[in-house]
Design a protein around this ligand. Structure first.
Ligand code: G4P
Length: 286
């Protein structure tokens, strides 16, 4: 499902998060580990008003681990707790409460110094559509709570999900919009499936992804599709299209007369990329 982000929706989404900020101690911001900047809201710092923040690099199972380590350092330098994880399998999520304690250490130490009991740390999950917010909430809750593809502007009763004894999360995530203004961001989000490629042209999206992969991850696709020759000139569209056609031929995407159906080939390329079949690929570096 695609959310149409008109200015009114953005204002409402922002207001909903601002209202919830009053109820919580910290924010868990989810981004896609493969493109941590493109999969973020451009106004996030302003919207969160300095709340302590943990950045979760989700879908780390699909990202290049070496690049993910660079992103961890990048966000740490900005003063956030950072945790790469895989919400779909649950790998890494057990660390969330302990990391939250580190994030809120100052506040908790102050309470302890005053002889006060610690109350559960209260958090809110935020992120753009499709980064895995519902998947993570359901994993943490151990049951299905947040409907995947929650819409902005639809409110329901506020519920807290208990994560062990020391943490509570609001059951509805804050949904934010990505950076639309930048075309590169749009293509990157489309390649990963965060926005539907139908909005753009599927061949253009696959072309964008293929060019990137040929430049940085040639070995991955050379192996998977048994390609013999790397494109000679990455800036020559014909060279990239030739690779797409070769993949199409290998996957049987043919039209009558034996010509390659480039649209079909593009869909195959995007499907295999998104499923991680081309290996772990990151599309942005710090
Ligand atoms: P949202 O609430 O932020 O909109 O995202 P949601 O949880 O609906 O997740 C979007 C898609 O991303 C889902 O796939 C989900 O399974 C997948 N996903 C979430 N976290 C991870 C992760 O850590 N690793 C991987 N590989 N995938 C993840 P889908 O195709 O839309 O649905 P489904 O086919 O999995 O049911």
């Amino acid at each position: 499902m695609t959310i149409q982000w008109f200015p009114g929706h953005m204002t409402r989404a922002r207001r909903q998060i601002e209202d919830k900020l009053k109820l919580i101690d910290m924010v868990i911001e989810l981004v896609d580990a493969r493109l941590p900047l493109s999969s973020r809201n451009p106004m996030i710092d302003e919207i969160l008003q300095g709340k302590p923040r943990m950045i979760i690099l989700n879908k780390a199972d699909l990202a290049d681990p070496a690049i993910t380590s660079l992103w961890v350092e990048y966000f740490k330098k900005q003063g956030h707790e950072v945790l790469p994880l895989d919400a779909a399998s649950g790998y890494g999520i057990k660390e969330i409460p302990e990391r939250s304690k580190l994030l809120l250490k100052e506040k908790r130490d102050k309470r302890a110094a005053k002889g006060m009991n610690q109350r559960p740390m209260r958090g809110l999950i935020v992120g753009i559509p499709n980064v895995g917010k519902s998947t993570l909430i359901n994993r943490l809750a151990g049951k299905s709570i947040a409907a995947t593809g929650d819409r902005p502007g639809v409110t329901k009763g506020q519920q807290w999900i208990k994560i062990g004894t020391e943490m509570e999360l609001l059951d509805t995530p804050g949904i934010l919009w990505p950076k639309f203004e930048d075309q590169t961001v749009g293509y990157r989000l489309a390649v990963t499936g965060a926005i539907r490629e139908e909005i753009l042209n599927v061949e253009d999206v696959a072309y964008y992804g293929m060019k990137y992969i040929c430049e940085y991850y040639w070995k991955n696709i050379a192996e998977r599709f048994e390609l013999s020759e790397a494109p000679q000139d990455l800036d020559n569209p014909n060279d990239i299209v030739e690779i797409m056609e070769e993949i199409g031929r290998k996957r049987g995407c043919l039209m009558s007369g034996g010509r390659v159906d480039l649209e079909k080939a593009s869909k195959v390329i995007l499907r295999e990329f998104r499923a991680g079949k081309m290996g772990r690929i990151s599309m942005e570096t710090p």
